[in-house]
Write a protein that binds this ligand. Structure first.
Ligand SMILES: [Zn+2]
Ligand SMILES: [Zn+2]
Length: 312
């Protein structure tokens, strides 16, 4: 998995209501050959076409059961079936995900050509994929709601070729075995010794990490342990600072609160999402967030893509 691409497509960035420029929330993450959807707002299919992401979806994670976050699933599963999908598809989500999938199957008259499954997640639940894990965390949105953390496994440290030669390992296949974490034996039958991978490999390097809060009031003080040090923190930023009162009332965050969360969690880049339809631009949101966070702040338009590089 060490060379996998990690791309985040913002298929929908609106809050609550669509606008002519923005669709309701839908984030498509491509990790290597895997495609995961985080929320699936109305119109997701057309956004998938416009972004040229295709319809190969391996799993869907829903943050909560407000309609702006799930209405796109109805059309999407019908299309997947129409296109001949036979692989199972799992929809992960908080409490009520099983009821939702039952409704979905009922609406589809149980006529889907592939198994549609549901898995309920709670705070700390995790789902394992090849080389990375998606972990759920509780947020504060007035109903059962989850955020998600996609975190890659640590990568092995760098191989120190000079050190290996100094340890007496001849260049060749033994180098590869050490890099794969195997102990190798060198020398002759009469006089042999082992070289351990730790002698020639540097410190393990952290994998990449994306945190998506979904809709929430600021919750960073509760999720410090698991959500720190993300390459991308994608945070609810429904309101600008002039409407902080509405944010608190409706269980959303302001862009400044998103900035405070990014600072507290030591995020590398902050992404503002779920912008209320009352705003025509994101300039105020960006400057509000920057007043609390010194790192890069992005307010993506629909169909923008961010590629997350390795840290070194
Ligand atoms: Zn919403
Ligand atoms: Zn909501």
């Amino acid at each position: 998995m060490s060379g996998e691409t990690l791309q985040v497509y913002f298929l929908g960035t609106a809050g609550a209501l669509p606008t002519t420029q923005r669709n309701p929330p839908c984030i498509l993450v491509r990790h290597g050959s895997d495609t995961l959807l985080f929320d699936c707002g109305e119109g997701a299919q057309q956004q998938m076409m416009r972004s040229r992401c295709g319809f190969t979806v391996d799993a869907i994670f829903i943050t909560h059961w407000h309609a702006d976050h799930f209405l796109g699933i109805f059309g999407l599963v019908q299309t997947l079936s129409f296109n001949g999908r036979t692989d199972p598809l799992t929809i992960y989500g908080p409490e009520w995900v099983c009821e939702f999938v039952t409704i979905l199957k009922t609406v589809a008259r149980f006529n889907l050509k592939f198994p549609l499954e549901s898995v309920e997640l709670a705070n700390g639940s995790w789902v394992r994929f090849d080389g990375y894990t998606v972990t759920a965390f509780s947020v504060n949105h007035g109903l059962p709601s989850l955020g998600y953390i996609l975190e890659e496994d640590p990568r092995p440290g760098r191989f120190n070729r000079e050190q290996a030669i100094a340890c007496g390992v001849p260049p060749g296949p033994l180098f590869g075995r050490l890099q794969r974490g195997e102990t190798v034996r060198i020398g002759t039958e009469d006089e042999s010794r082992d070289v351990q991978p730790e002698q020639v490999m540097g410190q393990a390097r952290p994998g990449r990490k994306i945190v998506y809060t979904g809709d929430t009031r600021a919750v960073h003080s509760r999720i410090m342990e698991i959500a720190h040090d993300a390459d991308l923190l994608i945070h609810d930023a429904t309101y600008d600072e002039s409407e902080a009162g509405r944010g608190a009332e409706f269980y959303h965050a302001t862009a400044r609160q998103a900035g405070e969360a990014a600072s507290a969690l030591r995020a590398r880049t902050l992404v503002l999402i779920h912008t209320s339809s009352r705003y025509t631009g994101a300039d105020a949101h960006i400057s509000d967030a920057k007043s609390a966070f010194s790192g890069p702040v992005i307010a993506p338009d629909d169909l923008d893509m961010i590629e997350v590089p390795f840290r070194d």
